[in-house]
Structures are given as structure tokens and as C-alpha cells.
Design a protein around this ligand. Structure first.
Ligand code: NAP
Length: 275
């Protein structure tokens, strides 16, 4: 690569037009006055290997990986960090010294997003996680790494059981979740319930611990029915946009050698794009 040439990064997925990442990284590049770019690449699964190799060979510094490539891209990486290996998915690539490095920054994104509400007391927290899909893995690992007691509840019980065994967590069946509501400190929705306002489920949070922090990683809409129900029950709520913003910071730092700010202004800029 030419010295001082503009650095190029990307997000690769299929489909990709819905992604807020190009707007977010573009915002940071402009704010920090960096001569760089971040582009969206729509890539069907059968072309993933060839496309990533080509990007690495043609001067890109790295990029993000999203659905449906987060697992498959691991086969192309030369080195994968420990968290990404445990989660079983890579969402951030760094091309350096002719090697492809894979990371998972969702774990940082989630933990940073709940930080203001976690009063530095995660090891004593009793967390209930709804869902046992791909996103749940990084959240469960983050909370377990921080010492929290984690219980997983999922529509398909076997998946909750499998995850609980893998990460040293507890699990319960979907219809028993209410029994835990009075004693939990942190409730996290990682299911796709409420995404784009669809597939909603009527949560009854009347017995939820009023001091519990409730967060939804779905951010379309920003205030899901799940969060509205928790807010009506008197709980503190945190939406999923912050997780998206915070997961972007480590990648940006690695590609562009600068630390971007996850500011309220950026949050408002991205929120406006959802409307
Ligand atoms: P996934 O692997 O497909 O898992 C989906 C999960 O939702 C499964 O546990 C599934 O249960 C559950 N589910 C789906 N419909 C349900 C319903 N009607 N009732 C009960 N449970 C239901 O998806 P994912 O990759 O984990 O992503 C989940 C959500 O997180 C998506 O909306 C995604 O956009 C969002 N997300 C946000 C961020 C962020 O930065 N904020 C990051 C990653 C993902 P079964 O096992 O029973 O099917």
C-alpha cells in the first residue's frame, strides 16, 4: 500500500443495504478528519472466501462481517482471538502483515452499553437472558467473564440447555421465566421478538424487580414493546443502539489508528436514519 494512502474498510454481508455501520463509520471518519472510507459489500455466501481474500490483497485494512457470514468467515482467518473462538463467530477482520485476524467485538459492545447502569457490580448480578441464538453467545460470555450468574431461557429448550452447558450457565423453560422476575437484576432480550415491530410477545413484567435493568439488543424500533413493558413496570431500560455503536469502536481503532467517540450526537444521527 502507498504510504499515506487513504485507508479503506468495509462491511460484508448479504443483504447489506439495511446496515447502519457505513453511516456510523463514515460519521467517525468525518468527525476525526481521517482520509479513509468504509463501504458496504453485498456478498452471497458462495463468494465469501474469494471476496475476503481479494479485499485483503487489494489494500483494505479490514472490515466488519455480518449475517450470514459471521461463522463461515472463521475458516478464512489466519488467527482468531479467544472470545471470537468461544462465541463461534467473527464480526471484525483486520488485515495486517499479510494475515487475516478475526475478532468478535459484540461482547465489548454489549458490556459497554450496560456499563452506565451496571454500577460496576456485575459479579453480583443475577442475569436472565432471553434467547439462545448467535447474539446470545457473546452476551452470555461477556456476563460470565464478568462474574455474573446467568440463566438462559429460550423458546426451544434444548438450545438453552446446550448453551448453558457450554458457558456454565443455568437454563429454564420459556413458560417458567416469570418465576425468576422478582429476583433478577438484569434482563436481556436477545431474541428477534419485536424486530421491525413484528413477532411481538406480550410480556407481563408486573412481578419484575423494580431495580432490574432491562435491555433489548433489537434496535428497530429503538423502543421495542419489550422495553416499553419494562419501563411501564418501573425498570430502567437500555436500548440496543448503544451495543451497535460500542461494538464498532475496536474495529475503527484497529483500522484507522484513532479512537472514535460513541457520543449522543452519533446516537441521534443513527436514530434519525431508522425513521
Ligand atoms: P438468531 O441466531 O436467529 O436467534 C434468534 C433467537 O430468537 C433464538 O433464540 C430464537 O428462539 C428466538 N426467537 C425468534 N422468534 C421468537 C419468538 N417468536 N418467540 C420466542 N423466541 C423467538 O438471531 P441472532 O443473531 O441471535 O440475533 C437476534 C437479534 O439480535 C436480531 O434481531 C439482531 O438484529 C439483533 N442483534 C443486535 C445487535 C446489536 O448490536 N444491537 C447485535 C447482534 C444482533 P429459537 O431458538 O426457539 O428459535
Amino acid at each position: 500500500m502507498k504510504k499515506n494512502a487513504a485507508k479503506k474498510a468495509f462491511i460484508i454481508g448479504h443483504p447489506i443495504s439495511h446496515s447502519l455501520s457505513p453511516a456510523m463509520h463514515g460519521y467517525w471518519l468525518e468527525e476525526l478528519g481521517i482520509d479513509g472510507s468504509y463501504e458496504a459489500i453485498n456478498c452471497p455466501p458462495e463468494y465469501l472466501h474469494k471476496t475476503v481474500k481479494k479485499l485483503a490483497e487489494t489494500g483494505y485494512v479490514g472490515g466488519n462481517v455480518t449475517i450470514p457470514h459471521k461463522e463461515k468467515v472463521m475458516m478464512i482467518c489466519d488467527e482468531i482471538d479467544e472470545n471470537a473462538r468461544k462465541i463461534g463467530a467473527v464480526n471484525t477482520l483486520v488485515f495486517e502483515d499479510k494475515k487475516i485476524y478475526g475478532y468478535n467485538t459484540d461482547i465489548i459492545g454489549f458490556m459497554e452499553n450496560i456499563k452506565p447502569a451496571s454500577d460496576k457490580n456485575i459479579p453480583h448480578k443475577n442475569a436472565l437472558i432471553l434467547g439462545a441464538g448467535g447474539a446470545a453467545r457473546s452476551i452470555i460470555l461477556g456476563l460470565k467473564n464478568s462474574g455474573a450468574k446467568v440463566t438462559i431461557v429460550n423458546r426451544t429448550l434444548e438450545k438453552a440447555e446446550k448453551l448453558a452447558k457450554e458457558f456454565g450457565a443455568e437454563f429454564i423453560s420459556w413458560d417458567k421465566q416469570k418465576e425468576l422476575y422478582p429476583q433478577i437484576d438484569l434482563l436481556v432480550n436477545t431474541t428477534s421478538i419485536g424486530m421491525k415491530g413484528e413477532n411481538n410477545y406480550k410480556f407481563d413484567f408486573s412481578t419484575l424487580n423494580k431495580n432490574a435493568v432491562v435491555t433489548d439488543i433489537v434496535y428497530t424500533p429503538l423502543k421495542t414493546e419489550f422495553l416499553k413493558s419494562a419501563e411501564n413496570a418501573g425498570c430502567r431500560i437500555i436500548d440496543g443502539m448503544g451495543m451497535l455503536i460500542h461494538q464498532g469502536v475496536p474495529g475503527f481503532e484497529k483500522w484507522f489508528d484513532a479512537t472514535p467517540e460513541p457520543s449522543q450526537k452519533l446516537y441521534d444521527f443513527l436514530a434519525a436514519k431508522l425513521k
